[in-house]
Design a protein around this ligand. Structure first.
Ligand code: ATP
Ligand code: HMH
Length: 279
């Protein structure tokens, strides 16, 4: 065979490794494969993690993170970047600085704690996230716990999501997606049967709604959503388009989540390839 091969858009994730394969770097790369882009990784930390929680975490030296990033960006190039677990203030600041020099949209998932409540970011790094990382984000995707941690705004109803969005936008990201996945079941005007997220840049506002799925196996939802957004942006979609297609993808992945180990199983990144999945 000969001829020019098509080169897929390239997306870089800067995040931690989840040995259990459901979240972190592993979720990001699986999402990117499923969405047809070329995934690349800068590993910031290694976690020993499974369906029961995080048993250990080790940060990489800043020098190793910088070297991985430069290797990818200087030779291969990127059409979008996604950040996840950054562990420490030093790493947050180094990554923010690297991103500043990169001409590509950036999705910042300000990962604070895992589904089991294990900390993935030092308390001392919060200020660097606010003042260094959020300002370089094209889209920031905090969940409600991260919103509370970063801004002090506690959301327990849909109406408060607007206030939360304004508080995050005050740190400088172009767009914010407030993820309502953790809203209590009886919150909001429309009742508790929907998983509602709010995307806004301060003037344009998009409410994204999907059926709230009664699944225990939701490990990796946030990483999957942020990587799917980055994949859409790399393909040239606008932010609202990328978020809408990512929401559809993560909803399908949650619906197909499966039990693994004795605790919270992963979402299914490959759901579209299964019988009836639509691929
Ligand atoms: N039970 C559910 N049913 C449908 N959608 C859900 C459910 N739980 C979360 N979502 C959706 O999944 C996406 C990720 O949101 P979530 O709040 O779970 O992220 P997260 O807390 O950052 O995830 P993680 O725990 O992986 O860090 C959002 O679009 C949210 O609305
Ligand atoms: C490494 C890693 N990144 C992100 C998450 C999200 O909760 C996780 N559980 N583990």
């Amino acid at each position: 065979m000969s001829g020019v091969r098509a080169v897929p858009p390239r997306v870089l994730t800067v995040a931690g490794s989840d040995s259990g394969g459901g979240a972190g770097i592993q979720a990001d790369l699986k999402t990117m494969l499923a969405l047809g882009v070329h995934g690349m990784s800068v590993i910031t930390a290694v976690t020993a993690q499974n369906s029961l929680g995080v048993q250990g975490a080790w940060e990489l030296p800043v020098e190793a993170v910088r070297a991985q990033y430069r290797s990818v960006v200087d030779d291969i190039g990127v059409q979008a970047v996604k950040t996840g677990m950054l562990a420490s203030a030093e790493l947050v600041e180094a990554v923010a600085e690297l991103i500043m020099d990169t001409d590509a949209p950036v999705v910042v998932d300000p990962v604070g704690v895992s589904k089991h409540g294990d900390s993935l970011l030092a308390e001392s790094a919060l200020d660097s996230v606010r003042t260094k990382l959020l300002p370089v984000a094209t889209v920031a995707t905090p969940n409600l716990d991260e919103v509370a941690q970063l801004t002090g705004v506690h959301v327990d109803s849909e109406s408060q999501m607007r206030r939360a969005a304004a508080a995050v936008l005050s740190y400088g990201p172009r767009w914010v997606l407030i993820k309502g996945g953790h809203l209590p079941a009886d919150a909001g005007r429309v009742g508790g049967d929907q998983a509602v997220d709010l995307l806004t840049d301060g003037s344009d506002e998009h409410w994204l709604r999907a059926p709230r799925l009664d699944s225990r196996h939701t490990h990796g939802t946030g990483c999957t959503l942020a990587s799917a957004i980055a994949s859409g942006l790399a393909k040239g979609q606008t932010v609202p388009e990328a978020v809408a297609t990512a929401k559809e993808y993560v909803t399908g992945a949650i619906a197909a989540g499966f039990p693994l180990g004795g605790g919270i199983g992963p979402v299914d990144h490959g759901w579209r390839f299964r019988p009836g999945g639509g691929a």
